[in-house]
Design a protein around this ligand. Structure first.
Ligand code: EPU
Length: 443
């Protein structure tokens, strides 16, 4: 990966402080008690920031998570000509974007290579500027992660798209037009990309077999607040009446359902009790009853969700990842960390991404009993993991290894912290406030 000068990240997002390279030391054992504020969702805020490109008016996002991905996308948007201003208040970190002057020629290849969500710029920029050259996006190495659905959808809307030498070139000099599009499978990113593009396209777009993730509903809510006419978001058919005049909008980013599920597992694993402030159980979909069956008790409260270990203890369960409302693939690794310490046998089957078991070897280093056959991991719980030196290979693997470290005997050393910082706003610091013994250390 090409290294990007950090000062520019700081210029685009002044709250971003490059942390010294190093590792996380996690001393396992103590039960966690306290309040853990759930941040705005990483996978909601990124498309929301891109959505600000469809209007020349001000878009203000509240409850923005202070994560590395947000800093990288801020820098990308700034280089495209958007102006960004930040404030901190009762609604958390807020970002106001103004995209009155956008130049699609200014896409920064190194920054695009740092995150998958940069592919969302495609729809917004071709619709707004008539042409864009975008390097293939980067992101976690968890599978093939094609973008063919995105490209085919934009072609159906009248864009001419070519892919050469790792660069996507999309052109629509007379703008996009509405189209009937059916996704081969419910892709979150393709649904978001086409939804954003459809708002600027002339006429009606219907996205069939659309993804139903809550982040898409959140995106549609923000676009609707700008004046877009969208129906069906959150179902498998989204209809957009495009080409309407758009205003600005003020929108609060939804709470992060993946952080919610992950920290709920931390409470149960350590036999503590954590109030997940701002969390919503309903966003967890099928994960809520499955985690409950595994011994993660979740009680909704007015200010969030109380998470603790169920009186019967932790038990093995069978998990299959599925598009929403099925069990989220992003919760698969954290759930596996929990199940390594659950009584009995569990299976975890990953159906969304081909290579999302890279945390298994790391969990094994900590004494976990896991066998993998094709896309299924067979887990036999052990009373307790033991500390080891482990490395995170993607955002969710990082969170899983933090959990494993919190439950293990001894002091775990976690490397690859960029992955944790990409996806989470101060996870280590928030766990520290709940009584975890966790600290960053030099390499
Ligand atoms: N797919 C294609 N072609 C496409 C698009 C998708 O073959 O054009 C395939 C993918 O390879 C995958 C499946 O369809 O097998 C689903 O991928 P999807 O497009 O839904 O995923 P994504 O948009 O790339 C988002 C999240 C992921 C999350 C998935 C599934 C963001 C920025 N990323 O990715 O989040 O796992 O949806 O819910 O929203 C993470 O946060 O750690 C993360 C990887």
């Amino acid at each position: 990966m090409t290294s990007v000068p950090e000062p520019s990240l700081h210029a685009a997002s002044p709250w971003w402080q490059k942390r010294p390279d190093g590792c996380l030391l996690i001393q396992g054992g103590p039960p966690l008690f306290g309040t853990y504020p759930i941040s705005g969702a990483k996978n909601a805020v990124l498309p929301l920031m891109v959505a600000a490109l469809v209007t020349p008016h001000l878009v203000t996002l509240h409850n923005v998570p202070a994560s590395l991905d947000v800093a990288v996308l801020s820098n990308l948007l700034q280089r495209l000509g958007a102006s960004l201003s930040w404030s901190q208040g009762s609604a958390g970190l807020s970002l106001t974007l103004c995209a009155d002057r956008i130049q699609s020629a200014q896409v920064d290849a190194a920054l695009v290579g740092r995150m998958r969500a940069s592919v969302l710029l495609l729809g917004a920029l071709v619709a707004r500027c008539g042409a864009v050259r975008l390097p293939l996006p980067g992101g976690d190495a968890i599978g093939l992660r094609g973008i063919d659905f995105h490209l085919a959808g934009l072609c159906a809307m009248g864009a001419t798209v070519t892919l050469e030498g790792g660069i996507i070139h999309a052109v629509a000099p007379r703008g996009l037009r509405g189209a009937e599009i059916r996704l081969p499978q419910p892709s979150v990113g393709a649904t978001e990309n086409l939804l954003i593009a459809a708002v600027l396209a002339e006429g009606t777009t219907v996205i069939g077999n659309a993804a139903r993730e809550p982040e898409i509903t959140d995106l549609a809510a923000c676009l609707s607040a700008m004046g877009a006419a969208i129906t069906g978001a959150g179902t498998d058919e989204v209809t957009v009446l495009g080409g309407r005049p758009l205003s600005g909008a003020v929108h609060a980013v939804m709470p992060d359902r993946i952080e919610t599920g992950t920290i709920a597992c931390a409470a149960a694993l350590t036999d503590g009790a954590i109030l997940l402030r701002h969390a919503r159980v309903d966003l967890l979909g099928a994960a809520a009853p499955i985690l409950a069956a595994a011994g993660v008790a979740l009680s909704p409260r007015e200010d969030g969700v109380m998470a603790r270990r169920a009186p019967g203890g932790l038990s093995g369960v069978d998990i299959q990842t599925r598009p929403y409302p099925g069990f989220a693939t992003d919760l698969q690794a954290p759930a596996m960390a929990l199940l390594t310490a659950a009584a009995g046998a569990s299976t975890v089957t990953e159906t969304i991404f081909e290579q999302r078991f890279r945390h298994v070897d790391e969990l094994r280093k900590m004494g976990a009993h896991i066998q993998v056959q094709r896309r299924t991991a067979f887990i036999r719980g052990v009373p307790r993991l033991s500390a080891a030196r482990v490395t995170a290979t993607d955002v969710r693997a990082a969170a899983a290894l933090v959990l494993a470290g919190l439950g293990a005997a001894g002091t775990t050393t976690l490397e690859g912290l960029d992955h944790l910082d990409r996806g989470y706003d101060g996870m280590a610091e928030k766990l520290l406030a709940c009584g975890a013994t966790i600290a960053r250390a030099p390499p």
